[in-house]
Design a protein around this ligand. Structure first.
Ligand code: IPE
Ligand code: IPE
Ligand code: MG
Length: 254
């Protein structure tokens, strides 16, 4: 008689069953977190980096395939120069300090966003992170830095137009696949779940093309207080949703 309880080796790895392949996070609320505590906004960003470390580690542990973190938007240049400088410094600090550990943990880093116009040392660090980890097979950590979805689509359109001009693509061949291939995210599966912390419910120019059929979860928690349990709660909410992709019944991502 077969028992109802599966033996341990038949059970899926803890946490991996029904996991989204790709979770993308709009890390919001650092400034409000700090202001509410009478601190400078930059203190919120500093604390937010601790959350980045925790969530990246957690994503690796549960066997997530892709984690994208929205770290600096094309529009964030509108912030006071001191804050922009601080955010640039924080990215520099993160890569310098954490790259070796991420590499040791088999994390593959990809950076999406506009490279032109970034400070040369930041560009060099981003490239170093991508090159060093290119052969890794664990979690893909996608850092959206100086990223704006509309700007990304414009860049893709320009590349496609150049290819058409050069005779490499015929306009009649242009399809969704052509566009996807020319975006910064080429080769990365679309996000299944987009989380935006801090209670704001907007997209702010994040992965517009790629998130056409993503599920969205908006926890009220500000990013510096976000943790593994909150992440798991967002995933559980995702798992309870019925994705239909235009049909009438639940189905999995194409
Ligand atoms: C998110 O927190 C971090 C970045 C956008 C870089 P914010 O700095 O936007 O925090 P709030 O929205 O002002 O609270
Ligand atoms: C979006 O957050 C960008 C990042 C999280 C990097 P913002 O805080 O900049 O977005 P808005 O300005 O509130 O829409
Ligand atoms: Mg914000």
């Amino acid at each position: 008689m077969p028992t109802l309880e599966a033996s341990p080796d038949q059970r899926p790895l803890a946490g991996t069953a029904g996991l989204p392949r790709h979770v993308a996070i709009i890390m919001d609320g650092n400034g409000r977190w700090a202001t509410a505590r009478g601190l400078a906004r930059t203190e919120g960003h500093r604390k937010g980096l601790d959350t980045v470390r925790r969530i990246v580690r957690h994503a690796g542990h549960i066997g997530l395939e892709v984690l994208t973190l929205y770290s600096f938007s094309s529009e964030n240049w509108r912030r006071p120069p001191d804050e922009v400088t601080y955010l640039m410094g924080l990215l520099r600090f993160f890569i310098r300090r954490d790259l070796a550990e991420l590499h040791a943990n088999n994390v593959r880093i990809r950076v999406v966003g506009e490279r032109d116009g970034l400070w040369p040392d930041i560009r060099a660090l981003l490239e170093e992170a991508e090159t060093l980890t290119a052969g890794n097979t664990g979690l893909a950590l996608v850092i959206a830095f100086n990223y704006g979805a509309r700007q990304e689509i414009v860049r893709a359109m320009r590349r496609i137009a150049e290819a058409v001009k050069a005779g490499a693509i015929d306009p009649s061949e242009i399809g969704e696949e052509t566009i996807a291939r020319h975006l910064d995210t080429a080769g990365i599966p679309d996000p299944d779940l987009v989380i935006r912390t801090s209670g704001e419910k907007r997209i702010s120019n994040f992965l517009l093309w790629q998130s056409a059929y993503a599920e969205y979860v908006f926890p009220a928690t500000c990013w510096p207080d976000f943790d593994e349990a909150e992440f798991d709660r967002a995933v559980a909410e995702y798992q309870a949703r019925e994705r239909r992709f235009g049909g009438v019944e639940a189905r999995s991502a194409p």
